[in-house]
Design a protein around this ligand. Sequence first.
Ligand code: IMP
Ligand code: MG
Length: 183
Amino acid sequence: MREHGLSKVLISEEEIAEIVGRLGREITDCYRDSDKELIVIGLLRGSFIFMADLVREIRHPMVTDFLTISSYGDHTESSGDVKVVMDLDESITDRDVLLVEDIIDTGHTFSKVVHMLRARAPASLRICTLLDKPSRRKVDVEIDFCGIEIPDEFVCGYGLDYAQKYRNVPYVGIYSGSTESAD
Ligand code: IMP
Ligand code: MG
């Protein structure tokens, strides 16, 4: 059944599970020869559901941590102004870091976060995103593990929101309401 406000199922629950399984295998493979513990960092709030599923598909010792940054409240395009709302608990210096994001759109948010984390001198820093909207990119972002490319549509569900709503929807759907009047 479709949620009111979402016009179309873009990625079903079954497809999501396949994508997450494949990403888990790619990530496991990538760190196979490393005996270091991984630190997996989720960007809140959008990544929380993806992160929960993804970490269970990665077969490597890890700790998890979360970072909350503010990018764009209820608007639908980020400004590039990024503020740390809640910082990491863990130090990432000399550690293998995997940053987990729900979607990379303009790339503004992510490039700022990556820049900030690189300054803390991790041993390695890799990026995993569930969704990629390359047609909207303004800032180059190097993605190491990409779930799926999507067209230029505003999507919700599986952690992604519009005005904090729809995060609990189990699939990714296209938002059909107006994104102009929010705030
Ligand atoms: P960027 O800075 O433009 O790459 O924006 C990244 C952030 O914008 C993501 O972490 C999401 O929170 C949000 N975002 C971008 N596109 C969408 C979308 O289609 N649906 C929901 N949130 C989105
Ligand atoms: Mg959001």
